[in-house]
Design a binder for this molecule. Structure first.
Ligand SMILES: Cc1cc2nc3c(=O)[nH]c(=O)nc-3n(C[C@H](O)[C@H](O)[C@H](O)COP(=O)(O)O)c2cc1C
Length: 384
């Protein structure tokens, strides 16, 4: 049958609508490109070197992606880093230990970016004194950038835009290669921050159970779980609006949202399907883990926490270079009362000496690189 011109136009129009609708279904609650623009639009052309290095520093891993950084640029040639105390996680991180690890990671990425720009850094931790049990308004660090023709670019700099926390199940058919485990131990040199990589079945299976129990405790403790629910960004619009927190994107979230099955109330309700599928997702990730690594320190001062963050950032970047995915799973390390008995159990299981602190625990394995997580605009962090 010959198509008339009118019918042809009608048919073409209908096809276009169907294709567009199909695209919309696939793209439902897709990660908005503006929310992750920081990963490709690094301000490497800014005439102020401080802004150039900061545009990399802000890609640092940090708990719940709160990005709790305030950067004061009002002193010429100096960067003063403060903690944004409106972005803390007091229930799950009561002493802000993890928040400070995130600051350490920020400093390490800043230093790597400085190396790539032919500068060395002079970083003074806590120039007005270390925090006590609570973070206060004093600076975390003061940084000076000094032009230095002798400073070689650190090769880990090249990994910053590729780095991720891979919050997905890993390939269960691929054990961690021995040379990759060994390669990770060369990521940093800080002798006070001990790294252990475990690939043996007893410890891997034990830790798979431990991280699930840790998550279970967090989920069943209303105030700690609610803290996470409060910072969930549900769907593309919320993710783009906040560009921080726990980003929930993708078509299943979109459909769940449209059908009224995924929203803040449902996610907070342990009897809901949304909650249950979160639990299942976590279990699947824990079980799809061929190796774990952990970092311990003999003391737990605020400066040590920054040093751990710097070491962890290097480890994450080294893993990226080796094609190894990393994913911190920190619940069991947290300091609130309900977690203490499980934590004591894991410290004993791993033979960690009394008085030492397990600062980071992470899954290791292989998986396709996931999408980056959102970042705010650099401008939002700056005091100028
Ligand atoms: C100290 C620390 C603890 C973390 N703990 C967890 C965790 O328990 N579970 C998790 O999924 N991610 C954890 N992360 C990863 C962050 O969620 C992640 O860095 C953040 O969402 C930003 O994503 P990105 O690392 O891919 O840029 C942790 C990161 C840091 C620095």
């Amino acid at each position: 049958m010959m198509l008339s011109r009118r019918n042809f136009i009608l048919m073409a129009g209908t096809t276009a609508v169907i294709v567009a609708a199909g695209r919309a279904v696939i793209d439902l609650d897709k990660m908005p490109s503006t929310a992750i623009a920081a990963w490709s639009k690094v301000e490497s052309t800014d005439s102020d070197i401080r802004k150039r290095v900061l545009s990399y520093a802000m890609l640092a891993p940090n708990p719940h992606n709160m990005q709790p950084w305030i950067v004061d640029l009002r002193q010429p040639r100096q960067i003063d880093l403060y903690c944004d105390r409106t972005r803390l996680l007091p229930e799950t991180d009561p002493f802000s230990r993890q928040i400070l690890i995130g600051h350490g990671a920020f400093l390490e990425l800043l230093d790597l970016a400085a190396s790539a720009a032919g500068h060395r850094t002079e970083i003074t931790y806590f120039p007005k004194g270390e925090f006590g049990d609570r973070i206060d308004g004093r600076p975390v660090a003061s940084i000076r950038l000094i032009s230095d023709a002798d400073r070689e670019p650190d090769p880990l700099f090249q990994q910053i835009l590729q780095r991720r926390s891979a919050k997905v199940p890993f390939d269960t058919t691929r054990p961690l290669r021995v040379e990759h485990g060994q390669g990770l131990t060369t990521a940093y040199t800080d002798p006070d921050c001990k790294l252990t990589v475990a690939t043996d079945q007893p410890r891997v299976l034990g830790l798979q159970g431990v991280v699930q129990s840790g998550m279970e405790i967090e989920l069943r403790t209303p105030r700690t779980y609610q803290e996470s629910v409060n910072v969930m960004r549900i769907g593309a619009q919320e993710v783009n609006q906040h560009r921080n927190g726990i980003d929930l994107t993708g078509a299943p979230i979109g459909w769940g949202r449209l059908l009224g099955m995924v929203n803040r109330e449902k996610l907070a309700d342990p009897t809901s399907e949304a909650f249950q599928s979160g639990v299942t997702m976590y279990r699947d990730m824990a079980e799809a883990t061929p190796a774990f690594a952990w970092m311990t320190t003999s003391n737990n001062t605020r400066s040590t926490q920054l040093a751990v963050g710097r070491a962890y950032a290097r480890l994450n970047l080294k893993a990226t270079a080796l094609g190894v995915a990393t994913h911190p799973m920190s619940q069991v390390l947290q300091e609130y009362a309900e977690m203490q008995s499980l934590q004591q159990g894991v410290l004993a299981m791993l033979g960690i000496p009394k008085g030492h602190t397990m600062q980071m625990l992470m899954r290791l394995g292989y998986v396709e690189q996931p999408d980056p997580s959102p970042r705010r605009d650099l401008q939002d962090l700056l005091l100028t």
